[in-house]
Design a protein around this ligand. Structure first.
Ligand code: GRF
Length: 192
């Protein structure tokens, strides 16, 4: 793959599994004049992902791929990404783990948003763990994806205060709001 450049809009694929609020936010961002990316393809591992609704709304190409056989699926995925000349992959609530080989193939071109201040709380249940540990702050992180889960180089983070009243649900809400600011900011940082 060619090196990313800021000259033309970078053709981007967003991978989702669920609600898709980050997807919706990235689509809106991609339509701004200042956006370095265009969103050309949406990948979901399930047809139950509510975020797919935005894809239809904004008339973006989508593909639902069943990741049961990861080798076969990733082969199809690679063909699709090449065909659409995708140069950047944004994971946004994507619940499948991509293989080492796939990540290598797109080295430095896959980014993810994670709902904690990495390196704290890799994996799932981040809000619960932050509250259980009586942390004063949590937040969100945009990072490069490497073969080690939630461990790639950090691009940007935003902090959120945890109050005594916070539950995992209220904290998730507060952090999600910040995620919607952070993901576009991190993309701008990469390409500026
Ligand atoms: C976000 O909290 C994101 O950080 C995590 O999964 C959630 C996805 O939310 N990886 P949405 O589907 O974008 O609304």
């Amino acid at each position: 793959m060619e090196k990313l450049t800021g000259l033309n809009r970078v053709k981007t694929a967003v991978f989702i599994s669920g609600t898709g609020s980050n997807l919706k936010n990235l689509i809106k961002f991609s339509k701004l004049k200042k956006s370095p990316i265009s969103i050309n393809l949406i990948i979901s591992n399930t047809n139950k992902a509510r975020g797919l609704h935005y894809v239809d709304l904004f008339h973006i190409k989508k593909k639902i791929l069943n990741f049961k056989n990861i080798k076969v699926t990733e082969k199809k995925l690679l063909t699709l990404l090449m065909k659409n000349k995708v140069e950047l992959i944004c994971l946004a609530g994507f619940m499948k783990i991509l293989s080492k080989d796939f990540i290598k193939r797109f080295n430095g071109k896959i980014i993810n948003i994670h709902p904690s201040l990495l390196p704290k709380y890799k994996g799932l249940n981040t809000h619960n763990r932050a509250i259980q540990n009586r942390d004063k702050f949590s937040g969100c992180t945009v990072h490069y994806v490497t073969e080690k889960l939630d461990s790639g180089k950090i691009i940007m983070q935003r902090k959120v205060k945890i109050t005594k009243k916070d539950t995992p649900t209220t904290l998730a809400k507060k952090i999600l709001k910040q995620e919607h600011r952070l993901y576009p900011e991190a993309i701008l940082k990469i390409f500026n």
